[in-house]
Design a protein around this ligand. Structure first.
Ligand code: C5P
Ligand code: C5P
Ligand code: ZN
Length: 489
């Protein structure tokens, strides 16, 4: 995580003006726009920002959410012949495809992944932090990039700043001190605060501060991890019952956000004392961090807390109902929100089912020389494999070994791989984006992404060969080798 230089930020913002100009020129000529965005929380947030921006200028547009850029998108563009295509938050590795198949289409690419391929086509306008020396894995998300284009187009769109932060939280960019956001994300945070839509506070960072009863919130969060309470609802309930403040209000169990400052302090001190008594001094520092509160949202709903909001969006994308997430980002608080909350329940059930399945048999999670592999095959849904990989990477014994999980997509005769690694592995030279790109291209697939989180699609009969190559490549990175980049820019 390098500090972003002010001139890098200025250059990025100047390029946002260029992207806005192309969009504006198209709508002024009443041109049609086809937008495509990625299906995770960040991609949905980006889609919501872009759709709102286009709606506000009466643009003729359609929005589609996909898992990656492939021939399906190319076919749609070739059939529909839009005057402009906007791509947001898609992984890398598709520039060559666009150059080969639709080089004459006007395309605006709003992205934050490491760039690979030829970037010189004058029809393509790219807004990407990596072009300006800013790290897209930590300092701005896809929805943040979309936000800066929207703001450059019309300052009214500043009211979309909280949605851009929700995307950044979905991409786990709160990696700085006390789970803060920095660089371009910090600029968005300031916009959100200045428009009165966001409050950033220091508080306990457990997941579910708006919607979960306190003991369940403590028991279900893994970061911070509290031995004896994490994963143990009954013990967590005993713990908070003994603190002396009411745990119920009108027969309803209270959430963290319902506590007054004194009660919150009591809870915090008790947790810190508990950890210290166990000798876990470092965990105490981990208890408190930045909380992102969307002030205009109703208390006790998932939308009030930026992190809960992002999980809600993720569930709409990964459970095949991205339009619900997009509608929520655009302001729908009625049916879309109700339906999304139901979907979230199903999404959680699915995740639990898959986590249990992985842990049932040792051959489903295997340790190789330099990586771990989850063999999701025909059991895990390919749209949820990334979430499973994100959750399980922090539970592995050797944090230098990245986790690569895969699921089969029989209809496409392909396997979808999702790789995740740790900050520690990054400091030892691991870059999963390079590993996924090179290993997949070696075996007739496509892949790429961030250093810490990356993915790939490979032909089903190449699964084992791909795993072997990925294992070798990580080994080479851990030995200090920087793998060749194919960035022609
Ligand atoms: O799909 P998953 O969540 O595992 O993807 C992790 C990251 O890798 C995402 O940022 C995704 O956009 C990126 N990715 C990519 N190229 C692929 C697949 C995933 O850049 N072919
Ligand atoms: O395509 P996109 O960049 O939005 O996807 C990033 C994915 O990588 C998300 O699913 C996010 O959970 C994961 N990620 C991660 N750790 C990070 C950054 C991203 O697990 N530090
Ligand atoms: Zn993203």
């Amino acid at each position: 995580m390098a500090e972003s230089q002010p001139e890098n930020i200025q250059n990025f913002l100047a390029q946002a003006q260029e992207a806005a100009k192309v969009i504006k020129e198209t709508t002024q000529k009443d041109g049609s726009i086809s937008c495509f965005s990625h299906l995770d929380a960040d991609g949905i947030a980006a889609a919501g920002i872009i759709a709102k921006m286009l709606q506000r200028i009466d643009a003729r547009f359609r929005m589609r959410v996909m898992q990656w850029v492939d021939d399906k998108i190319i076919a749609e563009v070739t059939t529909d012949k839009p005057q402009l295509v906007i791509l947001s938050d898609f992984g890398s590795g598709y520039l060559d495809l666009l150059n080969e198949k639709i080089p004459n289409n006007k395309i605006v690419i709003l992205d934050h992944h490491q760039i690979t391929g030829n970037t010189t086509n004058p029809n393509f306008t790219m807004l990407n932090p990596h072009s300006h020396g800013i790290d897209g894995a930590t300092d701005i998300s896809g929805s943040g990039v979309a936000y800066f284009a929207a703001k450059a187009l019309d300052p009214t769109n500043t009211d979309l700043a909280p949605i851009a932060l929700v995307g950044a939280l979905g991409d786990m960019q709160d990696k700085y001190d006390q789970r803060s956001l920095q660089s371009l994300n910090k600029l968005i945070e300031n916009d959100a605060i200045n428009t009165g839509l966001l409050k950033v506070e220091k508080d306990l960072t457990f997941f579910g501060r708006e919607t979960r009863p306190i003991h369940r919130m403590i028991a279900t969060t893994t970061n911070p991890f509290i031995p004896g309470l994490s994963g143990q609802e009954t013990q967590a309930l005993n713990f908070i019952t003994n603190l002396g403040f009411p745990i119920k209000q009108d027969d309803k169990l209270r959430a963290l956000c319902d506590l007054n400052p004194q009660e919150r302090k009591t809870l915090c001190t008790a947790l810190a004392d508990y950890l210290l008594a166990k000798g876990l001094h470092n965990e105490v520092n981990n208890l408190i961090g930045n909380i992102y509160i969307l002030t205009k949202e109703e208390p006790n709903t998932a939308l009030r807390d930026g992190r809960e909001f992002s999980v809600l969006l993720n569930s709409t994308g990964r459970m095949d109902h991205p339009s619900l997430g997009i509608a929520i980002c655009m302001g729908d608080r009625k049916t879309a929100l109700e339906d999304a909350n139901k979907l979230l329940e199903d999404y959680r059930k699915n995740i639990n089912k898959y986590l249990t399945w992985v842990q049932e048999k040792p051959e489903r999670l295997q340790e190789h020389q330099n990586i771990y592999v989850i063999y999701g095959q025909n059991t895990i849904n390919e749209k949820i494999i990334g979430t499973i990989s994100s959750i399980l990477v922090s539970t592995l014994t050797n944090n230098l070994k990245p986790l690569i999980a895969f699921a089969n997509i029989e209809t496409e005769n392909a396997a979808k791989f999702s790789g995740r690694t740790t900050e520690t592995a990054l400091t030892k030279g691991v870059n999963l984006g390079d590993v996924m790109r090179i290993a997949s291209e070696t075996h007739g697939g496509k892949g790429g992404g961030h250093n810490i989180a990356a993915g790939a699609q490979v032909p089903i009969d190449k699964i084992d060969a791909f795993i072997k190559t990925a294992d070798e490549l990580v080994g080479r990175q851990l030995n200090g080798e920087k793998l060749a980049s194919n960035n022609n820019s």
